[in-house]
Design a binder for this molecule. Structure first.
Ligand SMILES: Nc1ncnc2c1ncn2[C@@H]1O[C@H](COP(=O)(O)OP(=O)(O)OP(=O)(O)O)[C@@H](O)[C@H]1O
Length: 589
């Protein structure tokens, strides 16, 4: 690619740096020479090299100052932020008096005021087809999803003939939905508080459960806990009554049930014999499949007898009801966050809530996700579930949360792992850019776990001495049991802790946040410690309980890579990783 000197200078490159720039022949060489350039020059060169247009580069460089400003929460008044033409392009300008008052009065985060032009366009444009937004951790996918919800709810509010319509903003877990709702309350409380509310925020599991309850569905949907144990017992009863085909273990039967039969919605032997089992590690011939089908039928029959249902059953039942009465729902749109965790039945349900025909009447589907962060094993190809994005797939590339140093480390954990784009293609973080710089992640090798724990406590004390708020620090663990251990150790060192911040109200409480990596999804902290990354603890031994063969084993390792990637990308500025003995093979110390 040739870019003229004049053009580079117009984008902000210093003239005296041009000779050095002209020696660079590849992106790798540019990355290696980062230290040699002025930071702004580097940012411009990088953006040009990965194909940004001049306008995008200008927006990016103008943007970085303002996002920094917002993240540091300086006291600048809102009207001084919108004086320049450049900032007008890059920020979200309040459209109502209420929005403006909130922006001026409240302690707002960056995302409530700023939107990058790419984000703004995505959230505020009208589309004829479903839209998919991909982007690495911290690129503002959730922010875009929230602004999209606000935009669509604004349109409903503005048109009295649409009164009663609403936007369904959904995500994978109830915890993530809670966080979303708390943030949305800052952006557009009037839509949540309206009667009836113009935006409904709920996990898809719960949505399906409520929907079926209103339709007098008799079966209890089993998510976890005591009912889950009853299903485990059911499997044991079924195994007593059936001989397993040669070479097939109980673990394999259960994995086949979850990952093929339930995930793909297979309901009869004929379909099961024909279904492609892509990704499964153990071959099953016709004969074995027929034998397994008897086991599956028996398990299903017993489950129905006990009036229990698995989440995929619930999705399927809801889809069936909706297919018979599609027009009755109030939803003008479905917006999906964390879409990488949604399986086939979930996408089919979303399609059933907004059937294709309804798109002609202005109803819409908007999906955001990042398969690098898939921490559960469900996956799907959206177009195979009837959600055809017809080229409406967009990528967000700028990471507003983590420093370049933390981002690079987090990406190294998932490097080489093939990652999908939720629609049958592949995805990559090659063009991911972090907007800020900071210290390298601290990698700490210890002799024992006790030493690790006292190291984490000393680290927290030193951050406190540097005036970092305890509530801005998190310790993230792979296992629930470790959360308690960490809390005990920190308490002994005189450090106040809090198990989990489920919503905004609690973020005001003091105390270091100690939680599992899974529950940290959707959150962010100034400083994050991740202990217990030794070869014997990460992944934890019991993680492999459901592995039926080598392919499952690999899958679980990939899942734990993603989990560590998620945990590391929760850190905005400081990341500390530790292990005792040998480190996990998932990191390069
Ligand atoms: N245009 C922007 N200007 C300033 N800050 C922004 C902007 N967009 C997003 N942010 C901030 O970046 C951080 C990450 O945003 P968000 O949580 O939406 O990203 P994400 O892509 O959903 O992340 P993840 O996939 O890791 O959950 C948040 O602190 C958000 O406020």
């Amino acid at each position: 690619m040739h870019v003229a000197d004049k053009q580079l200078c117009a984008l902000g490159v210093l003239e005296e740096e041009l000779p050095a720039i002209r020696t660079i022949r590849s992106l790798e060489a540019l990355e290696a020479g980062e230290e040699d350039f002025d930071p702004l020059t580097y940012q411009v060169l990088y953006a040009v090299a990965i194909g940004y247009t001049d306008d995008e580069v200008n927006a990016l460089t103008g943007m970085s100052d303002q996002s920094q400003t917002a993240l540091h929460r300086t006291e600048r008044a809102f009207d001084t932020l919108i004086v320049t033409e450049e900032s007008r392009q890059t920020i979200f300008i309040p459209e109502t008096q209420d929005d403006l008052r909130r922006a001026l009065d409240a302690d707002l985060s960056g995302w409530e005021i700023f939107l990058h032009p790419v984000q703004r366009k995505l959230a505020y444009q009208d589309y004829d087809d479903p839209v998919l937004v991909l982007g690495g951790a911290g690129t503002g996918k959730t922010v875009v999803a929230m602004h999209r919800a606000k935009h669509l709810a604004d349109q409903i509010k503005a048109d009295p003939s649409r009164s009663g319509e609403r936007v369904l903003l959904t995500t994978f877990t109830a915890n993530a939905a809670k966080i979303l709702e708390a943030n949305l309350r800052l952006l557009c409380p009037e839509h949540l508080d309206a009667l009836p509310s113009r935006i409904e925020v709920i996990s898809l599991d719960l949505w399906a459960a409520h929907f079926l309850k209103r339709r007098n569905h008799a079966r209890e949907i089993v998510f976890f806990g005591e009912a889950r144990e009853r299903l485990d017992q059911l499997w044991q009863d079924v195994f007593v009554d059936h001989a397993l085909p040669e070479g097939v273990s109980e673990t394999l039967v259960k994995a086949e049930w979850t990952q093929i039969v339930q995930a793909k919605g297979v309901i009869d032997l004929h379909a099961y014999l024909k279904i492609p089992r892509t990704g499964r590690g153990t071959a099953l011939d016709r004969h074995k499949r027929a034998a397994l089908w008897q086991i599956f039928e028996d398990y299903r029959a017993r489950m129905i007898l006990l009036q229990l249902a698995e989440p995929d059953d619930a999705y399927r039942d809801a889809i069936e009801i909706l297919s018979a009465e599609p027009a009755k729902l109030p939803y003008a749109a479905v917006i999906v966050d964390e879409a990488q965790e949604m399986g086939e039945q979930a996408f089919r349900l979303i399609r059933a809530i907004i059937p294709q025909a309804a798109e002609r009447n202005g109803k819409s589907i908007f999906i955001v996700g990042d398969a690098h962060q898939r921490i559960h094993r469900r996956r799907a190809i959206m177009s195979a579930c009837g959600i055809n994005i017809r080229g409406h797939s967009r990528r967000l590339r700028l990471n507003y949360r983590t420093t370049q140093e933390i981002g690079a480390w987090a990406i190294s954990v998932v490097k080489g792992v093939p990652v999908d784009n939720l629609d049958g293609g592949t995805d990559t973080l090659q063009d991911h850019i972090c907007l800020t710089h900071g210290a390298e992640p601290e990698l700490v090798e210890c002799l024992t776990e006790a030493e690790e724990l006292s190291g984490v406590a000393a680290w927290i004390h030193s951050l406190s001495a540097d005036e970092v708020q305890l509530s801005d620090i998190a310790v993230l663990c792979a296992r629930r049991a470790d959360v308690d251990r960490v809390r005990d150790a920190l308490r002994m060192s005189g450090i106040h802790t809090m198990a989990l911040p489920p919503d905004r109200d609690e973020t005001r409480q003091t105390g270091v946040r100690v939680t599992t990596m899974q529950r940290a999804k959707g959150l962010e902290f100034l400083a994050v410690a991740i202990p217990f990354l030794s070869a014997t603890s990460f992944p934890p031994g019991d993680a492999f309980r459901s592995a039926a063969d080598a392919a499952d084993w690999e899958d679980i390792i990939t899942q734990y890579r993603a989990l560590l990637h998620v945990a590391a990308t929760r850190a905005k500025k400081i990341l500390r990783l530790s292990w005792s003995g040998a480190p996990t093979g998932l990191i390069q110390p």
